[in-house]
Design a protein around this ligand. Structure first.
Ligand SMILES: O=c1ccn([C@@H]2O[C@H](COP(=O)(O)OP(=O)(O)O[C@H]3O[C@H](CO)[C@@H](O)[C@H](O)[C@H]3O)[C@@H](O)[C@H]2O)c(=O)[nH]1
Ligand SMILES: [Mn+2]
Length: 619
């Protein structure tokens, strides 16, 4: 900050009298860059690193006490929401992995429900796990128990036969799926048809809810999942362990293994051309209501279609949420976080906040999800009338003349609904914690190519500009919004504007060549020294951040860690440069143009790609 201050001071005192306008433009840009750098840095002040003590968590909630003589888990229920939309772009096997990671979580099965929202409303396309099973030599060989090798062989055979069964259904496997718009029970699929006809397209179809325990219903719907289901013989969970036996017709031996799995629900909300579906925010709100009727877990965890989670993450996160209920400290605090270098991490942590409170307004859930309520009573069975009721709350007119999306649930009106919703929650005094777990709690898929990445940053920038020009602008937030958090939100709303200054500033050298004038009168030593000083300071800052994160990892040879991390960081910087140059500038620039000039025009979530690139490359 001192370097930048001195530099700017020097620049103001040494005008280029021969081209005062050029000097003026460059000074304005430099002031903006300093401002946006500050906005980036401030939220990183006072980093706090917390970790849940899982042993204490288990001790508190899963040991026999006077109030809980059986020692059955007393942990609260969690409803996990996974969203998917376009199955062409989002392979169904990816979401199958996400769902598997949830079903495999180290959390009492009877307390966990997994809701899959499919905005495509489609029978997911079949993509088989052949590539994994076709590997001639796989890396586990000689390193794992022979049981695993044998099980793997059996699963491979099972999948082969399943594939054959699918191929027998028609010459072309894809063709056979298109006929599967008729479900196995002889009724037609209420959602999107492969050959769409009226009321069976992606934007116009009835609501669908399918429960994993009604196995027959699920089988034709999610094919990769159906494999999983048929392989492990899904059972509706009760709070008593259920041991498998080998008599059943399964390829795996489940003797003495608890075969219960969490409740798995497939939801595709109703769509109608007359109603805006509000993308992911709309899908999440439908799930909030449907789940309130079906399981009403006091906590919600929201994952995207490709966010796999680690086995311990649920307990890890609950540790934060339940902290106030425990006398023995559950959290260890230490300063210095790991994830420096990207201020958006603060914002990215926001969806992890416990999303409780009165979100549901349906009579069946009159009291909503009461804050902090612990559901120790066993969950009631879900019957046909419950499903009918859940179907009614995912209809598209359900939100008519209600406050859903305005004040209740996920907030509508921006493409980055996670940020707006987080902002509104903080604004109302919700607390959030930045969750750092070891190993990482979640793994996600990054965009696979430049076009996808540009599409994503364009969408984010559009969302940011939408926020900036709305009442959700951080400057208008209530006094409950903490100051650094306000700065972080402000940064999210303001960063696309940097693109204007970037484009102008990058243009100046070319202009200088043409007119023979530069932003300074002469390239004197002081100017160059300042540039060098600023560059060196930034590098040092980077090294410090790396050192802190190396220390945090508690590595015994932290020098070695440091060296490898510095090398890694250098590589990252080099690799990120093209990304920064392509993504940081033009997409934000366009987003800004669209939002400010063509205000009120809504860009479709998925089709921004077409919009950007036609223009981008034309220019
Ligand atoms: O109409 C829609 C559009 C999208 N989605 C889902 O929303 C999620 C995010 O979409 P994606 O295309 O993966 O966007 P990303 O930019 O990768 O996602 C980030 O940015 C989004 C805001 O733009 C947030 O919603 C996400 O939580 C955040 O991870 C995915 O699971 C989609 O399936 C829907 O459910 N319905
Ligand atoms: Mn994504």
């Amino acid at each position: 900050m001192v370097c930048l201050g001195l530099f700017l001071g020097w620049r103001i005192r040494h005008k280029n009298e021969d081209a005062i306008w050029l000097w003026g433009i460059s000074i304005v840009c430099e002031f903006w860059f300093t401002f946006s750098w500050l906005l980036d840095q401030l939220p990183k002040l006072c980093p706090l690193d917390r970790a849940t003590d899982l042993v204490v968590l288990k001790e508190k909630f899963e040991t026999a006490t006077f109030n809980n003589p059986t020692g059955k888990s007393d942990l609260p229920g969690i409803d996990v929401f996974v969203s998917t939309s376009n199955t062409k772009k989002k392979p169904s096997f990816v979401i199958a992995n996400t769902i598997l990671s949830i079903l495999a979580a180290d959390y009492p099965v009877e307390k966990l429900s997994c809701y899959v929202s499919d905005d495509g409303g489609s029978l997911l396309t079949f993509e088989n796990p052949e590539s994994y099973f076709n590997l001639k030599k796989y890396s586990y060989k000689n390193r794992v128990h022979t049981d695993f090798v044998n099980d793997r062989r059996r699963v491979r055979e099972e999948i082969k036969t399943m594939k054959q069964r699918i191929e027998v259904a028609g010459d072309d496997p894809v063709e056979s799926i298109s006929k599967a718009t008729w479900m196995a029970n002889g009724t037609h699929w209420p959602g999107t048809w492969i050959n769409p006809s009226s009321e069976h397209t992606e934007d116009d179809h009835a609501g669908v809810i399918q429960l994993s325990s009604s196995k027959v219903g699920l089988l034709p719907i999610i094919l990769p999942l159906s494999m999983v289901v048929s392989l492990i013989k899904l059972k509706p969970p009760s709070d008593e362990p259920l041991f498998g036996n080998n008599e059943e017709d399964t390829p795996l031996d489940f003797t003495n293994i608890d075969i219960r799995l969490p409740m798995l629900v497939y939801v595709s909300r109703q769509k109608h051309p007359d109603y805006h579906h509000n993308e992911k925010a709309g899908a999440m709100n439908a799930l909030v209501r449907a789940s309130a009727i079906m399981s009403n877990g006091p906590f919600i965890l929201n994952l995207d279609y490709g966010h796999c989670q680690g086995v311990d993450s649920m307990g890890g996160m609950l540790g934060y949420a339940l902290q106030s209920r425990l006398r023995k400290p559950l959290l260890s605090h230490s300063i210095r976080g790991d994830k420096f270098g990207n201020s958006s991490f603060l914002i990215a942590s926001i969806p992890v906040v416990e999303l409780q409170g009165r979100l549901a307004d349906h009579p069946a859930v009159k009291y909503g999800r009461q804050p902090g309520i612990l559901t120790s009573a066993p969950r009631e069975l879900v019957d046909a009338s419950t499903i009918a009721e859940a179907l009614s709350v995912i209809s598209c007119w359900y939100e008519d003349e209600t406050e859903w999306g305005q004040r209740v649930g996920w907030i509508y009106g921006s493409m980055i609904e996670d940020t707006v919703t987080g902002c509104r929650m903080h604004n109302r005094g919700w607390k959030s914690v930045y969750c750092v777990t070891k190993p990482d709690a979640f793994g996600a898929i990054a965009p696979r190519n430049l076009a996808e990445r540009l599409h994503q940053v364009f969408r984010w920038a559009t969302g940011s500009v939408e926020i900036f020009f709305s009442r959700n602008n951080a400057l208008l937030a209530s006094s409950r919004m903490k100051i650094l958090r306000r700065v972080a939100y402000l940064n999210v709303g303001i960063y696309p504007f940097t693109s204007i200054f970037l484009v102008v500033y990058c243009f100046l050298p070319a202009l200088s060549l043409l007119i023979g004038q530069f932003i300074v009168q002469t390239l004197n030593v002081t100017f160059l020294m300042y540039l060098l000083l600023i560059t060196l300071t930034l590098c040092t800052l980077s090294i410090f951040e790396t050192m802190w994160s190396a220390q945090r990892d508690g590595s015994s040879s932290w020098m070695l860690t440091l060296c490898s991390k510095i090398a890694h960081r250098c590589l990252t910087v080099v690799a990120a440069l093209p990304d920064w140059m392509s993504a940081g500038g033009p997409p934000s620039f366009y987003a800004l143009g669209y939002r400010s000039v063509v205000h009120g025009f809504r860009l479709p979530f998925e089709y921004t790609l077409f919009f950007t690139y036609k223009r981008f490359y034309a220019v």
